[in-house]
Design a binder for this molecule. Structure first.
Ligand code: ADP
Length: 165
């Protein structure tokens, strides 16, 4: 049984993440999406809400689970005896940082944790949670970036009234 984890902040989940979850769930027998809870990083949604959003978007994938972790991804891998991390790779900007983290994770983990990169769908190359937040903050239509229920919550948090008909 091949298990992988897909760690990230998911603050909040976007169509780019969902695409990686879907594709990862087709490659691995079991995919654990791990919300990395970094207390020094200011987040828009608390961990519980990020988990609920991920549960909702993953409901259609029976081999996907959602979990939470507040330390290193390789620690989580050690605890769960998982050897593979999935990460999404967008355009050029992600490359250097992701490669660095992947090398360090492999070196620092007892069980040589490997990282599998899935190239972002062309449609989502420039999509990030930060971009979605930037647009939501000014009340823009973000229906192409995140699921409707996530967009609704972002509008609420930023103080915009429900705009969908
Ligand atoms: P982190 O803070 O760990 O980068 P994110 O929630 O921003 O967490 O991203 C989690 C993972 O999803 C990362 O591997 C990131 O590269 C990937 N990802 C984010 N946005 C996209 C996207 N639009 N397409 C593909 N992968 C993405």
């Amino acid at each position: 049984m091949k298990t992988a984890i897909y760690p990230g902040s998911f603050d909040p989940v976007t169509f780019g993440h969902i695409d990686i979850i879907r594709r990862g769930s087709e490659i691995f027998d079991r995919l654990i999406v791990v919300v990395m809870h970094n207390s020094t990083k200011q987040s828009l949604f608390d961990v519980e809400e990020r988990v609920k959003m991920l549960q909702r978007v993953s409901a259609e994938f029976p081999n996907v689970e959602i979990d939470v972790h507040d330390a290193l991804a390789i620690e989580y891998c050690r605890e769960k005896k998982v050897h593979t991390i999935v990460r999404g790779l967008r355009a050029i900007t992600d490359f250097e940082y992701e490669l660095q983290v992947a090398h360090v994770n492999r070196q620092m983990s007892e069980q040589n944790v490997d990282t599998v990169f899935l190239s972002s769908d062309l449609k989502y190359q420039y999509l990030s949670s930060s971009i979605a937040k930037e647009f939501a903050r000014y009340g823009s239509d973000i229906s192409k970036l995140v699921p409707d229920f996530v967009a609704d919550r972002m509008r609420e948090v930023y103080g915009f009234k429900e705009q969908r008909g």
